[in-house]
Design a protein around this ligand. Structure first.
Ligand SMILES: [Zn+2]
Ligand SMILES: [Zn+2]
Length: 270
């Protein structure tokens, strides 16, 4: 629905010689949309895999891709927005099923509240990249019906005034539209993740030769340099195959074999 095939197709064509075709008549918005609530990362993974499976209902293909994204403030740093993109790949014939993820600080996500008639709205709209970038307007006391499809400054201001009037606190919320077709920054992140996914599909499982052999887990517990106790630092990475379950450990990229004693609970306690 959001033209993400424009971001995905080039990588799949160049890396794998594969065609990406958008699925018709599939309303994935029923699975959740951007509303300001930031879902848990494992919920994103689940939704992306469910979306990919939906493809097989209407198309006679072996492979499906679906993507999910989540953007919003970081809990600890309320003024800094961050995001994560998740892309699921399913090959039902080979039994391959995994996700690739990309965390990013590259986002224009913003959420601001205004009273009706606030004179700063046009300036703020401009700073949000409108109209190249889309925005939603939401009634501050009821987030169930965001106003979408706004294309001119006049329409946004009219919607802000109307929604503020309806709200218990007389405020309207202006929030960045994160749907890919209305957000060039997000489209770029989806494009980068597509390259990551396509390249992973080039890696074949050393055991069964299924595509998509790659990172599945980071094991913590790198031993402390002083006492040897396990710490929270990553000890090694695990690559795996979702088709046959074959897995292999891979040492840290930086070559470290021990963790700083500053990170060790035992050493700090003594
Ligand atoms: Zn395998
Ligand atoms: Zn220690």
């Amino acid at each position: 629905m959001h033209a993400k095939e424009r971001a995905v197709a080039p990588a799949f064509r160049r890396v794998l010689g594969a065609d990406v075709v958008p699925v018709a008549n599939l309303d994935t918005d029923v699975l959740g949309t951007f509303s300001g609530e930031v879902p848990r990362p494992d919920a994103l993974v689940e939704t992306a895999l469910i979306k990919a499976d939906l493809v097989f209902r209407t198309m006679d293909v072996d492979c499906a891709i679906a993507s999910e994204g989540s953007y919003g403030p970081i809990d600890r740093l309320p003024l800094i927005a961050t995001g994560v993109e998740v892309m699921a790949f399913v090959d039902r014939r080979r039994g391959v099923r995994f996700v690739e993820t990309l965390a990013t600080h590259r986002t224009n996500w913003k959420l601001l509240r205004f009273k009706a008639g606030d004179p700063s709205i046009p300036i703020v709209l401009k700073s949000m990249g409108f109209p190249e970038y889309g925005v939603f307007v939401i009634c501050s006391s009821n987030w169930d019906h965001p106003v979408k499809g706004l294309s001119t400054e006049e329409e946004v201001i009219a919607a802000m005034n109307r929604e503020a009037e309806k709200s218990d606190d007389k405020m309207a919320v202006l929030v960045t539209d994160m749907r890919a077709h209305r957000n060039p920054t997000r489209m770029k992140v989806v494009r980068a993740l597509s390259w990551k996914l396509a390249k992973r599909l080039q890696c074949l499982c050393p055991s069964c030769k299924a595509p998509g052999f790659g990172h599945i887990e980071s094991r913590r517990g790198l031993p402390c340099e002083a006492c040897g106790d396990p710490t929270d630092w990553i000890d090694f990475e695990v690559d795996g195959c979702s088709a046959c379950g074959h897995a292999a450990a891979r040492p840290r990229k930086d070559g470290r074999r021990t963790a700083s004693k500053l990170s060790c609970r035992s050493c700090r306690a003594s």
